[in-house]
Design a protein around this ligand. Structure first.
Ligand code: NAD
Ligand code: DAU
Length: 410
């Protein structure tokens, strides 16, 4: 049965009566010493960093990476750990409820870290259905499978975790009350040394009302609501975190940073939306993965934690940093490629400013980012330039078609 088949939406109770044949004899495992964790979306950008961290840090855990391998999933992101004995890859769609349920039984899963999603705002504007299917129905399929499987166990939810990875975009857009920047009420290690100002006087805190604007953020908001509903209704031990923009190695070049590094390398136009004044709060991906590790193990059930580095940048400023860094590392003349900046039609419904207040996470669990932005961006540009085969492999094939559709006549 496929939860995301629209024709099935009207079949009553279809989620409550799993048509599962129990062909997998459960192997006995001591659940207090052994953990068996499904990480969904582990072949994507953030997921691959989380899988790598868990596989290397916890050799006694079993890590099962469940990924459909959409255009964004890439097993080349995990080459260095794919042969580790505590790692298993399963190609599956999170919407495929039967397969997910069976896998939970077979692997005696005790924890889920759910990252699989459609993640690109521009794609969601062109194709919202796919986002509702994967992000909403897929999350529901994961929740229901976990609930039904854990309810069959004598200890039920004891020692279990369903950890849902979400985004700051669910909170909507903050106003840019101070376009020239003001001293922020707090900074973190990730804040830029040279440019650590805030562009507004408000920040995203965990108690803010959800106000998503894009189909992507609406689908993530909806999935967050389902996760909380499963806690409030059934007692499922859930946790939700909402993180700011991540950057670092292995990000698909549809997102600003890898797309622009690749374009600078090829001296291709840099399509800056609108006037380039929108603000994002950037966090190095490994710092996000560390936060996920900490919250998975130490976070309080039913809580929400915001994750961010307090590192606000206007798009145009970050584009200039990318040009300078890439040109320098390629041995080109300083600022040689500034003329690649091309202002194009703005993204529909473009959120003005995101800025995370992550002080709850710092206060309650002691998390802090480790990498200052200047270091992180240098590492990132260098990684993309050093891994041209990885990039070339992705940008061959369908990528050029995507690029044409998204940017032609923009
Ligand atoms: P990504 O697009 O790089 O990776 C998504 C992964 O999910 C891919 O490997 C893809 O194959 C897989 N996937 C998609 N649909 C699937 C399905 N139906 N079944 C199984 N697997 C499927 O995404 P990302 O940027 O790594 O984001 C991961 C998660 O973190 C998402 O939930 C996203 O909303 C959230 N998030 C991302 C950011 C960011 O800046 N990238 C920030 C905050 C939160
Ligand atoms: O805030 C967290 C979110 O960050 C995640 O939930 C999303 O999955 C992730 O994609 C990211 O969303 P953004 O829309 O902020 O990221 P993106 O890299 O697409 O764009 C960053 C900013 O750059 C945004 O203001 C739009 C702008 N932009 C983007 C692209 C791709 C451009 O000006 N030109 C471009 O070509």
């Amino acid at each position: 049965m496929h939860i995301c088949n629209y024709s099935l939406l009207f079949i009553p109770n279809f989620l409550r009566i799993p048509n599962i044949c129990c062909t997998f004899a459960p192997k006995l495992r001591n659940s207090t010493t052994m953990r068996s964790i499904i990480i969904t979306g582990g072949a994507g950008f953030i997921g691959s960093h989380v899988v790598r961290l868990f596989v290397n840090k916890y050799p006694e855990y079993r890590i099962i990476n469940v990924d459909k391998l959409t255009y964004a999933g890439n097993l080349a992101n995990l080459r260095d750990i794919e042969d580790k004995p505590n790692y298993r890859f399963v190609k599956a769609d999170i919407c495929d409820f039967d397969t997910i349920y069976r896998l939970m039984q077979e692997e005696q899963v005790t924890g889920i870290i759910h990252l699989a999603a459609e993640s690109h705002v521009d794609r969601s504007i062109k194709d919202p259905f796919t986002f509702a299917r994967t992000n909403v129905m897929g999350t529901l399929s994961m929740l229901q499978a976990a609930k039904l499987y854990w309810e069959t166990l004598p200890e039920k939810y004891e020692g279990k975790r369903f950890y849902h990875i979400s985004t700051d975009e669910v909170y909507g857009a903050l106003e840019m009350t101070h376009p020239d920047g003001i001293e922020p009420p707090f900074t973190t290690k990730a804040s830029s040394g040279s440019q650590h100002l805030a562009y507004g006087d408000k920040f995203f805190t965990e108690d803010l009302k959800y106000q998503p604007h894009s189909p992507y953020s609406a689908s993530k908001a909806s999935s967050d609501h389902f996760v909380r509903a499963f806690h409030d209704t059934y007692g499922l031990p859930t946790i939700v975190t909402n993180c700011s923009n991540n950057y670092g190695p292995y990000q698909f070049p549809e997102k600003l940073i890898p797309l622009f590094i690749n374009n600078i390398r090829h001296r291709r136009a840099l399509p800056v939306y609108g006037q380039g004044l929108n603000v994002r709060d950037w966090l190095y991906v490994e710092d996000h993965a560390r936060a996920i590790d900490l919250i998975f193990h130490k976070g309080t059930v039913a809580e929400t934690y915001n994750i961010g580095g307090f590192n606000e940048w206007k798009n145009i400023d970050i584009v200039k940093v990318l040009i300078r860094t890439t040109d320098r590392l390629l041995g080109r003349k300083e600022d040689e490629d500034m003329n690649l900046i091309t202002y194009v039609t703005d993204r529909a419904g473009h959120d003005m400013r995101y800025a995370i207040d992550s002080r709850k996470l710092q206060r309650e669990l002691g998390w802090e980012p480790t990498l200052q932005f200047e270091e992180g961006i240098e590492k990132t540009v260098r990684w993309y330039l050093d891994n041209q085969a990885w990039m070339d492999n992705i940008t061959s094939g369908d990528y050029e078609k995507y690029y044409e559709e998204m940017y032609r006549n923009r």
